[in-house]
Each structure stands twice: as structure tokens, then as C-alpha cells.
Design a protein around this ligand. Structure first.
Ligand code: SF4
Length: 211
């Protein structure tokens, strides 16, 4: 039977299969799925969160539970299409029991997968969702209140830390100055960085809708 060619930018089937069968750490014991990614592997923006939760473990896709739905809503508000403009994944690919934070050993074990995803997608901008993702990718352990909304240039890339949507669900006010409004500002900064307002970007997107 003829093998269908993969879409441009796709990960090789052999890589995906190795990742799906990974048992480098104990999280492999209870997972339903290795949650690898969603979105476009040739996207210019990569979104990296912490680890899958219950819905993600069941569906095998990152950020599809209540937190993910809120994140998608905020991304759409600033003009991103999460399916075609972004590549979305986590620093740890299997669900930690009871949604606990991944341990240092689990983060270390899973590190090669996110490194390979980052190298393959090679995005212009990386959005880091929550403190665990920032600490894992950049070795920075400050409070998110001081990290969020400030561009970081490190390791030859441009990073934007934002609050985790689970935190936003616990703080749902949409008033100016509250975490949801701050996150919209941060995501709008990302969008602006890649549109015609920023000549160096090569105008990858139309300008974002006004706030
Ligand atoms: S969390 Fe990462 S390292 Fe651990 S089993 Fe899953 S894919 Fe492998």
C-alpha cells in the first residue's frame, strides 16, 4: 500500500511512535495517553505548559479541559487560531496522578522530548504557560507576577511567560488589572510582535483586534 506523505513540518511517524511508547519515568504506569501536542508543527508560535490533566489524558491532546478552553478563548480574542497559528504542548507528556506538579526527576526524564519538539518547530516566539514551564525551560524560579508580560531573550529564543489558565479559572474577574486582563495584554504583545506593527517580524499575521 502507498504511504501517504506527511504534511509539511510534521514529526516523523517513528519519532511519534517512540514518544507514545516512552517509559522513561514512572508516569508511564498510570497514563491513558502520552499527550504529545496539538496545532501546527510549522507554527511560528509555540505554547508550552506544565503537564496533562484528566481531560488531556483521556483525549490524548494538551489543553483541552476547562483550562485549555479558557486559553483557546484568550488566544482567539487576540486574533490567534489555536489550530493553525500555534503549536501547543507541555514540558511533561504524561499525567501526574491527582494533577500534582511533576517531580524534578520526571521533568528531567521528559526533557529530551520537549527539546526535540522545540528544535523541530523552531518557533520565533515561545509562550510559557505557568511557573513550572518557566522554571523547566529557563531555570527561572521567580513568582509569575514578576515574570509574566516581560519578554525574555535566552538560549537564542524569545520567550513570553503568562499565567496558567488554571490560575485564571480561580481568579475569573475580567476587570482591568486582574490576571485575565493581564494575560490578554501578554498574549496581545505576542501577537503584536508577529504582525505588521513590528517590521522585523516580516508581518506573519494581521494586526490584533483592538482591546
Ligand atoms: S512523562 Fe515523559 S518521560 Fe515520563 S513516561 Fe511520559 S513521555 Fe516518558
Amino acid at each position: 500500500m502507498a504511504v501517504m506523505p506527511s504534511p509539511p513540518g510534521s514529526f516523523k511517524q517513528s519519532w511519534l511512535e517512540r514518544c507514545r511508547q516512552c517509559s522513561r519515568c514512572g508516569l508511564s504506569a498510570e497514563r491513558q495517553h502520552v499527550v504529545i501536542s496539538r496545532g501546527d508543527p510549522s507554527a511560528k508560535v509555540m505554547v508550552i505548559g506544565e503537564a496533562p490533566g484528566a481531560s488531556e489524558d483521556i483525549q490524548g491532546l494538551p489543553f483541552v479541559g476547562r483550562s485549555g478552553q479558557l486559553l483557546d478563548q484568550l488566544l482567539r480574542t487576540v486574533g490567534f487560531n489555536p489550530d493553525s497559528d500555534l503549536f501547543i504542548c507541555n514540558v511533561v507528556k504524561c499525567r501526574p496522578p491527582n494533577n500534582r506538579k511533576p517531580s524534578s526527576a520526571e521533568l528531567r526524564a521528559c526533557r529530551p522530548w520537549i527539546e526535540e519538539q522545540l528544535a523541530h518547530v523552531d518557533p520565533l516566539v515561545v509562550v510559557l504557560v505557568g511557573a513550572t514551564a518557566v522554571a523547566a525551560m529557563l531555570k527561572r524560579k521567580q513568582a509569575m507576577r514578576s515574570l509574566r508580560g516581560v519578554w525574555i531573550e535566552q538560549a537564542g529564543r524569545l520567550w513570553m511567560p503568562v499565567f496558567h489558565p488554571a490560575y485564571l479559572l480561580r481568579n475569573p474577574s475580567r476587570e482591568p488589572g486582574k490576571p485575565v486582563a493581564m494575560t490578554l495584554e501578554d498574549l496581545r504583545q505576542v501577537r503584536l510582535r508577529l504582525c505588521q506593527c513590528e517590521p522585523a517580524s516580516g508581518a506573519l499575521f494581521p494586526c490584533p483586534p483592538p482591546p
